[in-house]
Design a protein around this ligand. Structure first.
Ligand SMILES: CCCCCCCCCCCCCCC/C=C/C(=O)SCCNC(=O)CCNC(=O)[C@H](O)C(C)(C)COP(=O)(O)OP(=O)(O)OC[C@H]1O[C@@H](n2cnc3c(N)ncnc32)[C@H](O)[C@@H]1OP(=O)(O)O
Ligand SMILES: Cc1cc2nc3c(=O)[nH]c(=O)nc-3n(C[C@H](O)[C@H](O)[C@H](O)COP(=O)(O)OP(=O)(O)OC[C@H]3O[C@@H](n4cnc5c(N)ncnc54)[C@H](O)[C@@H]3O)c2cc1C
Length: 560
């Protein structure tokens, strides 16, 4: 994040100076924004950067305990430099949060520079690999940096100390976070596909109950409950991959537009990166835990690969923006869009469907049979109607409040659900668009169409309350969707293993005895057990000190 921050907020000159050093690992940088007292509320950060015209320097200082930088990855032990976000103060005025390049450690002996106190913040969730990341704490005691180490692409301070705001939206300060959020969506698909690959392969080899007259027991993958829990996760892995590809395109397109000072899609980029990051990471974190449960007791072994994957993955719901905070950002944009509908301003991009407000507010879903739910047009319209009606309902309720802001906070739980509905519509839309493309490979398109319908109808079934409450569906149509879902699971079943093999993960990368490509699980589980250090001695340490005296004492007592 150190590099994209300099690329996005540094001048050409600053990029020329600092990026080669970072690329060649002549310096190691981190992104020091979050503080002990503030993470979500960036504008509440307390670290100060006060311009001293006498020396043409900024004085970086941590005025309070809560202003200590806290969490930045790489900060504790590895980084020599940081992009530090601090309140810019010049001529006695506070101009809010800006980025500054600050050296933290000597390039000679890695010792902290004068005025810099830093270290690691301690162990994190479980024994997961994230403990290999030195998330750190950092305090400044009046550390001086040259004025040219303020990142000056978006705004400047002159030699005399005058603050100059460039003619660019101040939200570009948040550009690094937008960049990482879009990459996190692709990572959600990777993490989810790893978990699903393990769970599908293991479910194919695990047999439990169901043997007739001594025959083989039933593969758990054949149980409808296993399929109804597992196949939506398989479909989600593909859904998040395709929407992540599209989001990367959107981000690239917005970045190119920014180069020519076209800021027209900045809001769309913010809403989509924030919303998709929130929805895909929440779903993926829950799904990895579900995959553990789908593997029964063996899923709880570290050798299954699932506990580690879960421990490393779950902070994705928090870092790069707490998911609720990000969804409320989406909700704000939805409310703004709804308020503009009466002005005749046509919504664009992923909000364009809201322009069909007249139709969508009164449309009646035309589904009459379970098979009708295989028609993408019916799915698309149902999801559009649900999302729009939830947004309009929120706007109407907020409108009844005496104060817009008060109304927004009062209705924020409903707004959260409306934001999720909007983002799920985007995911469904992009999946439908993907399967409409020419897709190489015999039968591949049909399989992806099945998964697209599984993702859409499962999401509809899970959120049926929204569809019924908004009148977007009737209970009968909801029941038909569920009926079709069951038929789809039967179609996915024969290809389930092939659909996870398609992720093409090596056994090494998967790191799971349950997810081995050869399915040879039991010998692998048994062999793995003996690697446990506890098994280095047949008689456990502590027997003579603790167990033996206890056993002997009990034996004596029993003879009395
Ligand atoms: C084992 C396998 C698993 C693999 C998984 C792991 C893979 C790893 C890869 C990924 C790397 C992950 C590494 C983790 C590193 C983590 C780093 C961090 O966490 S960095 C810190 C992140 N912090 C945040 O995200 C803070 C969140 N808070 C905010 O962004 C802001 O405070 C806020 C947006 C919530 C509020 O900002 P504020 O200035 O108060 O603005 P307003 O809400 O008043 O909005 C004003 C206006 O601005 C618009 N806006 C806001 N943000 C943006 C933006 N980013 N872009 C464009 N526009 C923005 C907003 O819509 C408003 O617009 P308006 O028109 O005025 O209504
Ligand atoms: C593993 C990890 C790595 C990280 N790496 C970095 C890094 O490299 N650099 C960096 O700068 N930071 C980093 N962070 C910090 C991270 O960005 C913040 O923790 C994150 O942005 C959440 O902010 P917070 O901790 O202040 O949460 P809070 O906002 O305090 O969240 C607490 C609760 O308050 C709720 N809440 C907050 N505001 C509102 C609101 N307006 N309305 C409703 N509910 C609200 C939240 O939903 C949540 O339930 C990292 C964090 C983690 C866990």
């Amino acid at each position: 994040m150190f590099v994209p921050a300099i690329k996005g907020q540094g001048t050409e000159e600053q990029q020329k100076k600092w990026l080669p050093l970072a690329y060649k690992f002549q310096i190691i940088g981190c992104y020091a924004q979050t503080e002990l007292g503030h993470g979500s509320n960036v504008q509440g950060l307390e670290t100060t950067a006060t311009f001293d015209p006498m020396t043409d320097e900024f004085v970086i200082h941590s005025p309070t305990l809560t202003s200590s930088k806290w969490w930045p990855g790489g900060l504790g032990k590895a980084s020599t430099h940081a992009v530090v976000y601090a309140r810019l103060i010049t001529e006695g005025k506070d101009y809010g949060i800006h980025g500054f390049i600050v050296q933290l450690r000597s390039l000679e002996d890695h010792s902290p520079l004068p005025g810099v106190t830093l270290g690691d913040i301690g162990g994190k969730f479980g024994s997961g690999a994230y403990n290999s990341m030195d998330n750190g704490v950092l305090r400044f005691d009046h550390v001086r940096i040259p004025r040219d180490q303020m990142l000056m692409r978006l705004s400047q301070v002159t030699r005399e100390g005058k603050y100059v705001q460039s003619d660019v939206p101040k939200q570009l300060l948040y550009g690094t976070m937008v960049y990482v959020r879009q990459s996190i969506v692709a990572d959600a698909s990777k993490a989810l596909s790893r978990a699903v690959c393990i769970a599908v392969r293991y479910s194919a080899i695990r047999k439990q109950f169901g043997s007739q007259d001594g025959g083989p027991e039933t593969q758990v993958l054949n149980y409808r409950t296993q399929q109804s829990r597992l196949f939506p996760l398989l479909a989600s892995a593909y859904a998040f991959r395709f929407v992540g590809d599209w989001l990367n395109w959107l981000y690239t397109d917005v970045t190119q537009k920014l180069e020519v000072k076209d800021y027209s899609t900045l809001q769309e980029a913010h809403a989509c990166t924030a919303g998709l990051k929130a929805v895909t990471t929440s779903a993926t974190a829950d799904a990895i835990e579900e995959c553990r449960k789908l593997c029964g007791g063996h899923g709880y072994l570290n050798s299954s690969g699932l506990p580690e994957l879960f421990a490393v993955y779950v902070p994705a719901c928090t870092y790069e923006g707490d998911n609720v905070v990000l969804l409320l950002q989406v909700a704000r944009i939805l409310m703004k869009t709804v308020s503009q509908l009466t002005s005749g301003k046509q919504p664009v991009g992923t909000m364009a469907y809201m322009g069909k407000v007249q139709h969508l507010m009164q449309s009646k879903c035309a589904v009459k049979t379970a098979e009708d739910w295989l028609n993408p047009a019916f799915i698309q319209e149902a999801f559009e109607a649900r999302a729009l009606r939830m947004a309009v309902n929120c706007a109407q309720n907020i409108g009844q409040a005496s104060n817009q802001e008060e109304g927004f906070y009062e209705r924020s739980p409903d707004l959260l659900e409306a934001a999720v509905a909007h983002i799920q519509l985007i995911i469904v839309t992009k999946f439908i668009e993907k399967v409409h493309q020419d897709i190489p490979g015999h039968g591949v398109k049909e399989q992806l169409q099945n998964l697209c319908n599984v993702y859409a109808l499962y999401t509809l079934h899970k959120h049926l309350g929204d569809f019924l409450a908004t009148g977007s569906l009737t209970p009968k149509q909801g029941a038909l969707a569920n009926e079709q879902l069951g038929k789809l699971y039967a179609q996915v079943r024969p290809n389930a293993v092939a659909l996870v093999d398609a992720f093409n993960y090596t056994d090494h990368y998967l790191g799971s005895v349950l997810g081995r490509y050869d399915g040879n699980v039991y010998p692998a589980l048994y062999e793995e057990a003996w690697k446990d250090p506890l098994n280095e001695t047949v008689v456990p340490e502590g027997y003579h000190e603790y167990l033996r005296p206890l056993l002997k004492q009990q034996l004596k007592l029993s003879r009395l």
